[in-house]
Each structure stands twice: as C-alpha cells, then as structure tokens.
Design a protein around this ligand. Structure first.
Ligand code: NAI
Length: 630
C-alpha cells in the first residue's frame, strides 16, 4: 500500500456493534430502580447527538450525570466490548495489523474503553484519538476533559486538522460526525458503514455505503479475509417466500430483494441480469430464455418440493445449481394420511355431513378402529417411510411395496409385488412419485385386487389413479371410502371451479392439494432452502442439489478453494492439475464428481500463489463457471 492513504475509523456502532454508552448503562444501572427509563434516556441522547440535534458536550455530560459510572464499570465495559467487535472487523484483523501506521480510530467516545479494544487488533495506542474521563480520585467518574476537541461539536474535524496527515484520508463511520470530516474538505471519501445501524441522514451524504468492512476493502483493492463481499451477492426472492428465508439471507449479509408475486418470462429476463441467487416457488417459470440472460446467476432455490418449473437442463449447462426442499412437508402429508384413514374407517365425514342436515344417525355399523388393521403403502420414500413409523405407533400392521430396494422401518413387511400388497391391505395408500410411467398405476384391474371394503388414499399425484375406476368402485361399495388430495387436472386458481367425477360420492374426502400445506412446512422450507444455498455459495457444497453432482465437502480451512464447473468432456481434471503444476501450486485436497452434463471439480490449494493461475484456469476450454473461495 502507498504510505499516503490514511484510514479514519469510528468506534461506536462501527468498530463495535454497539454504542458503548448503551452497554455502560446496562452495567452501571444494573441494580438501579429507574434502570429502564434511564437507559431509554441514554439511547435518546446518543441518537440526538448522532443526528447533530444536540451539542456533543451536553450529550456527554447528560449521559455521565445519568449513569454516574465508576472505574470498575469501565473495566467490565471493556470486556463486554471485546466480545462485541463488528463481525467484518473481526474477520479482517490482518488489515489492521498490516496498515497500523495509517489507521486512526477517532471517536467522541472515551479512550478508557476504546484503547484496550482496538489495540488488540494491532492499532497503535497513539493512533486512538478520543475523549478522557475525569475521576474524583475514588474511582468515580465525574466529568471529562473539556479541553479535548473531541468533546466539542466538529471535534473530529478539529482533531484531524491537528494531525495534519500528509495524504488521502478515507473515513469509515456510521454517524454524522464522521461525515463532517468529509464535509470540511479534510477527507477524500466518506464511507457510511451500515453493518450495525443505518442512519438515513448519514446514508444520504455518503460517497459509498459499505455494509461491511469487506466491501470497504474490496472497493479500495485491499486484501480481504473473504473472497467476495457478501453484500455484492444480489438475492432475488419472488412469490412471497417465507419471512424466515428473507431473515436468514439478510443475516448472512447478502443484498436481498423481495417481490410478492411471480414475474413473467420477459420481466424475469430483465430482472435476472444482476442476480446471483434466485428464490422462487412453484409459479415462476425459469426457462432457457431466462437463463440465457442470467449471467451472474450461481444458484436457484425452489422454495417448494417440485422443480418442474425450472428448465433443469439449461440451468445445468449454464452452471447454475438448483436446490429444493424435498422433505420439508413430509410430516404434514403423513399427518393428513393418518387423519383421513381414521375419518374414513369410522365414516366420520358422512356422519358429520348428515348432522349438518339435521340427521342423527347413531350406529356402529361399518365403523372400525385402525388398530390391528393392515396398512398397505405403495411407494416407500420419504412420505411412505414416515407414515410407516406413525401407523405402527397406532397399532397398525404395515405392508409396503416399492419398485426399488428399501429398508423396512420398524416391523413393516415388504411385499414382493403390488398384487400381494393389494390383496392383503385394509387401507391402501399411494406415495409414489409423479414420473410419467406411473400414470394410472391404480386402475380397474388393481381395484379388483383389493379387499372388499378397503379404504383408499391418494395424496401423491393425480395422474397415478384412474379416477373413473375409483368412482365405480366407490359407487359399488367395493371401496368403502377414499381420500383424494391430488387430481389429474387441478384448477389454476381459487376462482376456477373444481370439476371431477369424484364430486358428490359417499365417504369421499376431497381436498385441494393441501397435503403439504401447513405453516410448519412453509417455515421448514423457508429455513431449509437458504441453508442449502448458503452452503453452496460459501463452501461449494452441492449435497441435495437437484441438478449438480452431489458433493459434500470439508470446511475450508487455511486454504483457498477453486470451484470449477465444466462440460462433461474428457481431460478437464488433467488440464486443471497440469495448470496448477505448471504454476508450482500445492494441492491440499481435490474432489470431483460428474453427471451426464457437467463435471464439478473442487481443488483446495495453499493460500500463497500467483493470481495469474486464476486467469489460466478460467481460460481452460469447456469451463462453464469458475470461482475462488476463501
Ligand atoms: P420420494 O421420491 O421420497 O418417494 C417416492 C417413492 O416411490 C420412491 O421410493 C420410489 O422408488 C417409489 N416409486 C415410484 N414409482 C413407483 C411405482 N410405480 N411402484 C412402486 N414404487 C414406486 O417422494 P416423497 O417425498 O415420499 O413423495 C411422494 C409423493 O407425494 C410424490 O408424488 C409427491 O409429489 C407427493 N407429495 C404430495 C403432497 C401433497 O400436497 N399432497 C406434498 C408432498 C409430496
């Protein structure tokens, strides 16, 4: 770094996450009867001062009068503040040590608590410019050094003038007094630091808004602790995704934009251009055309189960990883199945309807317990296996049939054929996936193989059952009752009429595809998908990705991680390794996985290397995407 760049950093709410006086209030007023009201007054005074609405000396004196702090309180404050240093300052500790000659902490706070905190980062004692307390000799703080320019308005300006620094001055802070330095003409640039607080009046005056120290360092081409400032990762969340997802992505430091509705293809083509991460639900169509415009896009989060709305092939070829929430609503579907089979086997649904018409039909005829009955589960995946466990807990005997080899849960019995399951079961429930070959897997022939009086449930996909055959079997009484949540054709909106052969049938529960629709499931999806997206962005992990080869990687420690996505053609790994070898780079760890379209290579290397190698790796033929993580 050239010696003539100086960095002037504010302390309260910039170097640390908090206003030191607020913390001091907690400590000094711990056992005070008017604790809460005094704390509120302190916060108000601080804010008025920050906004330039109260003279600084008045504000300091008023706060000291309210707090009546003692030296022992300051000691406790220091240990608190050490734990409250801003996250981006903590991770960029090297910056302070490397540039210690050129860094000044200038604050209207007090040396007694600032110095011990910042000197731990390598900042020089003599570069800490702040106020000083006056004590009564018995450890009680009674005032402050009124001759110190920093206790007066425009104090930071005066102080900096005195220093007469021979070079460019960059100021980072969250308050108006920090801006004043720039305003006075002393500083070249003022960076409003918003990691902890945002003050409108200050933001409006800033040359740059820096949500973290990473951003400040990145802008000034200084070494950063992380490869890319997170605030530069633009996340676009559409279709009202759950607020928990928004919170999680914001807390990670991403720049999050939300949209209540979906966007049509043209709107999305325009909007996607500067988006790094896209979050959608089931309505937004991510077509090949949208992806053509998505030049910065790294990942798509489908905040739902299905991913049919995304052109997965185009996404893969573009090097965009797609994640969804495959098990977030599993439990909700299982609870619905349990509830419905009990409702149906007791005939509750029809009995309740009759009551609404004034009919009292008290009888045990056709009513059974589920205990001891045989439940036949077709499709023993996430939902099927969960249902198996819960149904056994109700005392049911579970049989299952899956076309793949599956581990039986608890005491469940695997059936060798669908026919065997249909023959044996008192309740038959479908939990297969919606692949096209599953169309009408339950039809006339299969109903005929079921026991007379069977209860039938379909909560999986509409096209897997021949609905006419189901209707006939209900009307004939061969099937004693059924619950259907999914239909070959489902209305697009709540305004459209639901038309089906199943309407009006006895002991038939019809629901509008709500098996997975619970608030818990929505919240699970809201937290699961961001977890996957962040793990991909921050570590390169692709476990559970729908379209990328699944790699679960070790946490990156003391190394740089090269992430290379390429078309799946022979020889790329060899080219990567040759390039690294030519540059004398030591590989710490390497992981490769491919699918039919792409190869995904992760290479962890020692931190010291010539950055030229990055250009060479990026230039390897068939590279789709390349990034470096640290
Ligand atoms: P999954 O993929 O974990 O399990 C499906 C299982 O069915 C797999 O084990 C597969 O091998 C098996 N299978 C597929 N075709 C088969 C066949 N012809 N015969 C026998 N086994 C077959 O899926 P998950 O999460 O358990 O979901 C199951 C179904 O539930 C899916 O169709 C899904 O769309 C649906 N679903 C419905 C919801 C609703 O709101 N009603 C909510 C969530 C899921």
């Amino acid at each position: 770094m050239k010696p003539n760049k100086y960095f002037v950093i504010d302390f309260d709410s910039t170097f640390t996450k908090v206003e030191a006086f607020d913390v001091l209030a907690d400590i000094a007023l711990k056992d005070h009867p008017d604790r809460e009201s005094s704390k509120k007054k302190i916060a108000d005074i601080t804010n008025l001062g920050m906004e330039g609405k109260l003279s600084l000396r008045d504000s300091i004196q008023q706060r000291i009068d309210l707090l009546q702090p003692e030296k022992r309180h300051i000691l406790s404050l220091v240990s608190h503040l050490k734990g409250l240093v801003s996250e981006s300052f903590k991770r960029n500790k090297d910056f302070f040590a490397t540039h210690s000659e050129n860094i000044y902490v200038i604050s209207n706070g007090f040396k007694e608590f600032i110095e011990p905190v910042v000197t731990e980062f390598g900042i020089r004692k003599e570069n800490v410019l702040a106020n000083e307390f006056v004590t009564d000799g018995n450890g009680k703080i009674i005032g402050f050094d009124v001759n110190n320019p920093l206790s007066a308005n425009q104090g930071k300006v005066e102080q900096l003038k005195k220093l007469n620094l021979p070079g460019d001055i960059y100021v980072i802070g969250d308050g108006y007094t920090d801006y004043e330095i720039k305003h006075s003409g002393l500083a070249n640039k003022f960076y409003a630091f918003t990691e902890n607080v945002e003050r409108e009046s200050v933001l409006a005056k800033a040359d740059h808004i820096t949500p973290s120290l990473d951003e400040f360092l990145y802008l000034n081409k200084l070494n950063t602790a992380i490869s890319y400032p997170k605030n530069r990762i633009h996340v676009l969340l559409l279709e009202n995704v759950h607020p928990v997802a928004i919170e999680l992505m914001k807390a990670e430091g991403f720049n999050v934009e939300t949209y209540p509705a979906g966007l049509d293809e043209d709107e999305l083509c325009e909007k996607i251009k500067n988006v790094s991460v896209l979050g959608i639900r089931s309505k937004t169509q991510v077509t090949a055309k949208v992806l053509e415009n998505a030049n910065r896009l790294m990942a798509i989060g489908a905040f739902c189960i299905g991913t049919n709305q995304i052109d997965l092939k185009a996404a893969t070829q573009k090097g965009v990883a797609v994640f969804n929430a495959p098990f977030s609503n599993t439990r909700s579907v299982v609870e619905m199945a349990i509830a419905e089979m009990i409702m149906l086997i007791r005939g509750f649904y029809d009995k309740s309807n009759k009551m609404h018409q004034g009919k009292w039909d008290k009888s045990a005829k056709g009513s059974f317990e589920v205990r001891g009955k045989k439940l036949g589960i077709i499709g023993y995946g996430s939902i099927g296996t969960q249902l198996s466990v819960l149904a056994e807990n109700l005392g049911m005997k579970v049989l299952f049939y899956d076309q793949e080899e599956k581990l039986a849960m608890g005491n469940a019995t695997k059936c060798k054929s669908l026919k065997e399951l249909l023959h044996e079961s008192d309740v038959v429930t479908l939990h297969v996936d919606g692949r096209p070959t599953n169309a009408n897997i339950i039809g006339k022939h299969e109903f005929a193989q079921m026991k007379k009086g069977v209860i039938f449930l379909n909560l999986s996909r509409g096209h897997v059952v021949d609905v006419n055959a189901l209707r006939e079997n209900i009307l004939s009484g061969h099937v004693a009752g059924c619950a259907v949540d999914v239909f070959p054709y489902e209305p697009i909106s709540n305004e459209e009429e639901f038309i089906s052969e199943l309407r009006g049938l006895p002991n038939t529960i019809l629901t509008p595809h709500i098996g997975g629709s619970t608030l818990e499931a929505q919240e699970n999806i809201g937290s699961f998908v961001p977890g996957k997206l962040m793990d991909y962005i921050n570590n390169g992990n692709t476990s559970n990705s729908v379209n990328f080869p699944n790699l679960t990687l070790p946490t990156l420690e003391n190394a740089h991680r090269l992430i290379h996505v390429h078309h799946n053609v022979p020889g790329i790994l060899a080219r990567i390794n040759q390039t690294l070898a030519d540059n004398g780079i030591n590989i710490v760890g390497q992981y490769l996985k491919t699918n039919e379209l792409i190869g995904y290579v992760i290479t962890d290397i020692n931190k010291e290397y010539d950055k030229e190698v990055i250009k060479q790796l990026r230039a390897i033929e068939h590279t789709i995407k390349f990034r470096v993580l640290y």
